[in-house]
Design a protein around this ligand. Structure first.
Ligand SMILES: [Zn+2]
Length: 54
């Protein structure tokens, strides 16, 4: 049985997104941040969350 909801499982997904170009604006780069108290990857330029762990 697989457990996919744990924080540890989700971390590599966030880490893989950090440093990628933003999908929503031309100049932005994705960085690790917290979004509403959850781990997330947010664009430094436009603030759009690219991924989020619930
Ligand atoms: Zn952006």
């Amino acid at each position: 049985m697989q457990q996919v909801a744990s924080e540890n499982t989700s971390e590599p997904v966030l880490a893989a997104l950090v440093g990628d170009d933003c999908s929503w604006c031309a100049a932005g780069t994705l960085a690790r941040e917290e979004f509403k108290g959850d781990a997330a990857v947010v664009c430094e330029e436009c603030g759009t969350p690219a991924a989020r762990v619930w």
